[in-house]
Design a protein around this ligand. Sequence first.
Ligand SMILES: [Zn+2]
Length: 462
Amino acid sequence: MNKSLLFLFLIGITSCSTGKKQSPKVFFAGEIVNPTNDYVVLYKHSQKLDSAKLDENNRFSFELDSIQEGLYNFSHAPEYQYIYLEKGDSIQIRLNTMDFDESLVFSGIGGDINNFLLDLFLANEKEEFRMLSKNYKLDAYEFHAEIEKLRKEKLAALQELSLESELSVEALKMAEVSINYTYFNYKEIYPFEHRKRTGKKLTNALPSSFYAYRQNVSFDNKNLNYLKPYYNFVKSHFKNLSYLGCETKCGVEEEKVTNQLHFNRHKLSLIDSLVIESELKDNLFRNVAIEYLLRGRDTERNNEIFIQDFYLRSGNNRHIAEVNELYEGVRNIQPKKDIPNLFVTSMNGDKISLKEIAKNKKVAFYFWTGTKQRYFRDVVKRVAELSNTVEDYTFVGINYETDDTTWKGMVHNANLEKSNQYKADDFEKLAKVLIFNQRNKCIITKDAKIVDAFTTMWAANF
Ligand SMILES: [Zn+2]
């Protein structure tokens, strides 16, 4: 069947969308308004399952013969979103890339649960903002009441949907779990955010039922591993337990971590003893390693102690290659090491290495891209300020992922010194080698040796 015929056929069956699910097949199709590329890609967890090319009307379609019910991702790069699929689904989407999540609408068989999950996702984005601006400041009793109120509202809405629409047991369960863990996560985060915002410590002053849900938390359910609310919750939970453990047993005070090596090893040992499901365990171990190494703030010796501990506990981790690569990368840009021998392109089109640029002087490298105009203005302003106060430094801008015309136009309009502006030819490689852990990253060098590779133009010690 060709794609436009398939599309007509889909419109035919989705117009009577409340029908029973009979076919074992899954149809997933739709229209992308203002496409940013030619493809829609479907993923299960992080694995690519299939891709569909947009036709001349910007429509795509997937037909899947047999799939396991559960959460999938679809992406229209660079954006992506969840989709819950089960046998017999015939789902249509429409979305506009100008406003990706807000414009997304599902229809057809299986559409209802997906609209619900999307509404949940959008509501959470708003609530997260409210948590930070207001709710984390509340005392523990008020906070507990607020969270329970929000959680029950969502569960009631789900209940209503399940009366109106035929949801499968699995779909209902998935939505319920998503709601619960979203709110449990806020509770795990609460003690830290509360202290940060009010200066008050309160681990002893919690209502008795505050963490009651912990008795029923499972660390052995494969179906939950890639459910974002659950995974976020588990990460916060182990952070919480580690702080508490360190505070009672290891003499850490006021929920402040002063020894990252100790704290992260403590976390590894907690995960090791509590998590059963092997993929979840690997993912959590990886997360601890990446967060610890990416901070880039510990000594080379401590990094080594950490990685040896990681190998002991998780030497056959399915993400070991990635962790090793990061460890090596971090090790290569420690103080006193040579700046990595990467090549960039000057505004005249000449290839030149970072080593060459940095030799016989003090350099602060900063990085920017044409799509983040605001950051570009900020960093240009900062370079101007610093140029007046720290005269012995050369400020070198490395642009990435911007077309030549825009790059040169922006440099010109900002009145930047052209001889100090370069462009990364292969940003992916550069990001890997220089451990691009934050957009406002800055690398300080002296005579082509690293002084600090994990700072910013605002935090750097010039
Ligand atoms: Zn500890």
